[in-house]
Design a protein around this ligand. Structure first.
Ligand code: FES
Length: 146
């Protein structure tokens, strides 16, 4: 069996939603300290709906495929649905990732969550901090802008 599914290869070769949203409503950036990969997610949100999502990923093929798939999965969806997107859902949508590449999909989940946190903070919306990655303990380098 090939190490990477057709879907991973497709999203790696033809990533969807690459780029920057200049007037984004939320931006989230995460890095993995071990592999050094960085992922940045931009969200445009209107009426509680993700109307656009874009990403910039400086990282491995699995990280690029994960951010491409993750942005596809949340576009057009309500904020609450984007909030509950898990890295497992991204992995399933990609028809799997090798075990040692699972952390690449975690970056996508975390970057989206931090972008949503940024959106909440900018708009003074109350949120439960427990829903977000705990930066001190996870060993990653996370920060949201704003
Ligand atoms: Fe680090 Fe893939 S190897 S995100």
């Amino acid at each position: 069996m090939a190490l990477y599914s057709e879907k991973v290869m497709d999203h790696f070769r033809h990533p969807r939603n690459v780029g920057v949203i200049e007037d984004a409503d939320g931006v989230g950036e995460v890095g993995n300290a071990k592999c050094g990969d960085i992922m940045k997610i931009y969200l445009k949100i209107e009426d509680d709906t993700i109307v656009d999502a874009k990403f910039e990923t400086f990282g491995c093929g699995s990280a690029i495929a994960s951010s491409s798939m993750a942005t596809e999965l949340i576009r057009g969806k309500p904020v609450s649905q984007a909030m509950s997107l898990t890295n497992q859902a991204v992995v399933e949508a990609l028809d799997g990732l090798p075990t040692h590449k699972i952390h690449c999909s975690v970056l996508a989940e975390e970057a989206i969550k931090l972008a949503l946190k940024d959106y909440y903070q900018r708009n003074g919306i109350d949120f439960d901090p427990a829903q977000f990655p705990q930066c001190e303990s996870c060993g990653h380098h996370c920060h949201s802008h704003g």
